[in-house]
Design a protein around this ligand. Structure first.
Ligand SMILES: [Ca+2]
Ligand SMILES: [Ca+2]
Ligand SMILES: [Ca+2]
Length: 419
């Protein structure tokens, strides 16, 4: 063995010894730094907090409730009241009793829960014999009144908070009846915005120029005289309106026209500003000119600002948005505070059936969109070719954070709570 060969053997032996030592050290380090994970059963039995509290809400799973509806993990849903015909607009009276219009039965119902067990004690008819009643509002100033919007009239009743009985019926305003859209909706603006009542009247047609200028508008009602003044125009069918809890802005859902295929136009959410035009019948969405309806030639887009106020949010086409509400701070995950909830009633107009859910639209506290809409309550249409098990209409958030949802297909009002 010459000198060079002896050196090569020596180096090989040293390298082998060093490699064995390094491997041994690595094994010891791994055992001390990374103990093996416990078996799954053991992990499940530890006292770590519930998963729903420790992961961001956006990644929370959905759970299927016993009603067949899917809801976010950590929430519960139950039937609050049932056996109604077509419950639509939900509101609260001054004592916190849930009231609902039943457009199918022609009545306004009270759903008292005096024993507080989360289920209405009874379904009490407080007004009946009405013509497609929809919008309802109960206000005390300080005398208490109940306002009910039928398709052909806005009615006012004196309302007894103790007995929930009405008296002294009066027609405050006659309204244009019939046609494509028969719901008349109400939003009462409380002081300081001011003791004002807004009334939404849908269009008479799918897409047309209206002869009655009150159609396809939101009107302000003079509470003393019943006189109507246009508040916002170009609104084909804004069936529900809601006030943003932080900004005070008036948000309204808006259903787009049919006949432009499965994917156009978007259904909208608008922020209503006095004296503005929201586009229908010649514009939709964000300043899009409807050239199928309006084939006039223009030098510039007739749907530009300031002529048309663009939509604030574009939802899917034909989802049929109805009730809307803002996630309150009390009782809800902080990451969702001030998000928008929208009831998508769903439509059979499109080849692909859309909606049939309550969507949550991520918004920042100023009302700017911060993400794509996601399911909040789903499962209303379990089989896309079958019958829905329900169709959501209006959303009412009770003080404390409980959410009530009307369903005019199942004839029920649901109650959703957290925990
Ligand atoms: Ca309502
Ligand atoms: Ca009860
Ligand atoms: Ca519009």
């Amino acid at each position: 063995m010459n000198y060079l060969t002896r050196r090569a053997v020596l180096f090989t032996v040293i390298a082998f010894v060093l490699a064995v030592a390094a491997w041994g050290a690595l094994m010891v380090w791994q055992r001390t730094q990374a103990p093996a994970a416990p078996p799954a059963e053991e992990a499940a039995s530890t006292s770590t907090p519930p998963v729903v509290e420790t992961i961001p809400p956006e990644s929370q799973g959905m759970a299927t409730s016993s009603l067949g509806l899917t809801i976010p993990a950590g929430f519960r849903i139950a039937v609050f009241a049932e056996k109604m015909d077509a419950p639509r607009d939900l509101t609260l009276d001054e004592r916190g009793t849930v009231l609902v219009s039943d457009s199918g039965a022609g009545s306004v119902l009270a759903l008292p829960d005096a024993n507080g067990d989360g289920r209405a004690d009874e379904v009490v008819s407080i007004v009946s014999g009405l013509n497609r009643p929809h919008g309802i509002v109960q206000v005390c100033r300080p005398e208490c009144y109940l306002y009910v919007a039928e398709q052909n009239a806005l009615r006012r009743y004196a309302y007894d908070l103790e007995t929930r009985r009405v008296s002294d019926p009066a027609v405050l305003a006659e309204l244009p009846a019939g046609g494509r859209h028969v719901t008349r909706s109400l939003l009462y603006l409380t002081p300081p915005e001011g003791d004002r009542l807004l009334l939404s009247i849908g269009s008479s047609c799918d897409v047309c120029e209206e002869e009655d200028v009150r159609r396809a508008t939101v009107q302000e009602v003079n509470l003393q005289t019943g006189e109507l003044t246009p508040y916002a125009t170009g609104l084909r069918n804004s069936v529900f309106l809601a006030q943003h809890p932080v900004t005070g802005d008036i948000w309204a859902t808006e259903m787009g026209r049919d006949g432009l295929g499965d994917d156009l136009p978007p259904d909208e959410v608008n922020i209503l500003t006095e004296d503005r035009n929201y586009g229908w019948p010649i514009c939709y969405g964000k300043n899009i000119h409807d050239e199928e309806f309006d084939d006039n030639i223009y030098i510039r887009n007739p749907c530009q600002e300031p002529t048309e106020a663009a939509s604030r949010l574009d939802l899917g086409a034909h989802v049929a948005p109805l009730g809307l509400a803002f996630v309150p701070e009390e009782g809800w995950p902080e990451a969702w505070w001030h998000n928008l909830l929208v009831a998508e009633h769903g439509t059979t107009q499109a080849d692909v059936r859309r909606g049939y859910r309550i969507a949550r639209v991520p918004l920042d506290p100023h009302g700017n969109q911060a993400g794509e809409p996601v399911d909040f309550i789903g499962g209303f249409l379990p089989d896309p070719d079958g019958d829905p098990i329900g169709r959501p209409v209006d959303l009412l958030i009770f003080p404390g954070g409980t959410l009530y949802v009307s369903d005019d297909n199942a004839g029920v009002v649901y109650r959703l709570t957290r925990g």
